[in-house]
Design a binder for this molecule. Structure first.
Ligand SMILES: [Zn+2]
Length: 103
C-alpha cells in the first residue's frame, strides 16, 4: 500500500479533491479513481490548543497545496518538525492522518 496521500477523481464529471467523499459534490456520482499527490507548499498553519484525543500531541496543523497528475489539491496535514508558510513539504499517510515534513 502506498503511503502517498490519495485524492479522489470522479469518474463521471472529473471533480477532484480531498478528503474522501462518499459521493461527488459535482454530480452525486459514486465511482472514483484514486490520484496520488506529491509534494506541495504550506499555505497556512494553525495549532490546536485543547486535547482532542487521549493520545493527543499538540503538533501544528498545516494546509498544503499539493500537486498531482490532475492539478493541485488541498491537504490538511499534521506538521512533522518545524514547518513554516511557504515551505515545500512531502506529505505521507501515517495511519488515518497525513503528515507533512519539510523537504
Ligand atoms: Zn462527479
Amino acid at each position: 500500500m502506498s503511503k502517498v496521500p490519495l485524492a479522489q477523481k470522479c469518474a463521471s464529471c472529473g471533480w477532484f479533491g480531498l478528503p474522501s467523499r462518499l459521493w461527488c459534490p459535482g454530480c452525486s456520482g459514486t465511482a472514483w479513481e484514486e490520484v496520488p499527490t506529491e509534494a506541495g507548499h504550506v499555505v497556512a498553519l494553525t495549532s490546536i490548543r485543547r486535547a482532542i484525543a487521549p493520545d493527543f500531541d499538540a503538533r501544528p496543523i498545516v494546509l498544503v497545496e499539493a500537486s498531482s497528475a490532475n492539478g493541485s489539491v488541498w491537504l490538511i496535514a499534521v506538521a512533522h518538525g518545524v514547518v513554516r508558510v511557504g515551505d515545500i513539504v512531502e506529505c505521507r499517510r501515517q495511519g488515518s492522518a497525513v503528515v507533512a515534513m519539510k523537504r
